[in-house]
Every structure is written in C-alpha cells, then in structure tokens.
Design a protein around this ligand. Structure first.
Ligand SMILES: [Zn+2]
Length: 78
C-alpha cells in the first residue's frame, strides 16, 4: 500500500487521492483561491459583498460526492 499523510490533519490517504478524505485539504488548496476570486469579482454576488455576508460553498467532486464545505467570510473577500 502506498499511503500519504495529509499535511493538515495527519490522516492517511491513498497516494493517488486528489484530496484528503477527512478534511479535504488538497482540494481546498486548489479551489479556494478561485472561489474567493469569484466572490470578489462576480456582479451577482455584489449584494452579498455589500451586506458583508459569509458565503458557504458545498463542493462536490465530479461523481457528486460531497468533498468539503468552504466558508468565505467578509475578511476573505474585502
Ligand atoms: Zn486531512
């Protein structure tokens, strides 16, 4: 078996896994900047930015399996 430890939570994951099955660490590292950028620039989200809303994203993989929940707080997009 070829396991790698998650750099964040220390959980063992299979080496080919794209993200930690426990905390979603790797996928978070890749998708979070894009989501924050979208929150910062999207016209549709302006009203939420103006109201300093915390936005919650539920991220699923291509098979529809829940991977992680991301909260984007006003500190992250201002
Ligand atoms: Zn982890």
């Amino acid at each position: 078996m070829n396991n790698v430890k998650c750099a964040k939570c220390g959980e063992d994951n299979i080496a080919k896994a794209k993200y930690c099955s426990t905390c979603g660490y790797t996928v978070k590292k890749y998708i979070e900047p894009g989501i924050i950028n979208n929150v910062k620039t999207s016209n549709d989200l302006k009203v939420y930015r103006d109201n300093k809303t915390t936005m919650i994203y539920n991220y699923r993989d291509k098979n529809g399996v829940f991977v992680l929940k991301l909260s984007v707080t006003p500190d992250m997009y201002e």
